[in-house]
Design a binder for this molecule. Sequence first.
Ligand SMILES: [Zn+2]
Length: 240
Amino acid sequence: MAIEDFKHLIEAQSLEKKMKEHLDATEEQVSRVMHIEKQREINSSAKIDLESQLSEKSTELSKKEKDLFDSEAKAEKTNEHIPLARNEQETNALQKELDVLNPKIEKLQEEILELMEITEELCNQISEKDEFLKGSLLSLEKIKKDSEIEIHNEEEKIKVLEERVSSLLSQAGENYRTAYLLSNEKHKFNNPLCFVSNSACHICRYTLNQMQATEIEKGEVTESCPGCGRLITPLSAKTL
Ligand SMILES: [Zn+2]
């Protein structure tokens, strides 16, 4: 029974549509996990970057601190020598040294303060990243577990649907089954079957002549729509 064959195909199409919903749900679970993993990756590489900045600034800071320590010791010694100067020339020379050292010390103190602020800020940012990585690891593990269960459930449902579809297809005649599978190669989950309404394909609107339309309605031919390649299905099979 030709119309009966098409009826099986229509049911197979509608089960495959349901299957697609479960496949999408599976996909959603996978992308949920991937999103968190991606966020963790971004934060982890940002943390590495911050740590390398911190190490650079810390080196710079200790260099300047050593420089400050040396310059202050030098200035102290110069100050001690001034009262011991034997003449004005010596006093002037010592004063000149101080004139160079004092602004240098002041500048170093400012730079050190600034570097301390920068390193403190970097430390804060690093601990923020740490917190995120720690917290998100916990939620990632939980979400992974939940989604594994969800995915398993979806897969079970898909398996049942697949079995039903394959049983329906085996009930349809070989010509019909082959034509359906051919249309499915291009249109799986996207209406592999089309109907003729007002002499045109209900999906792509390709117009068929009256003779073709009549033959198709009898259900005795397996014709693909010349416009979209879908298997043209008699309307009467839909209402059977
Ligand atoms: Zn079409």
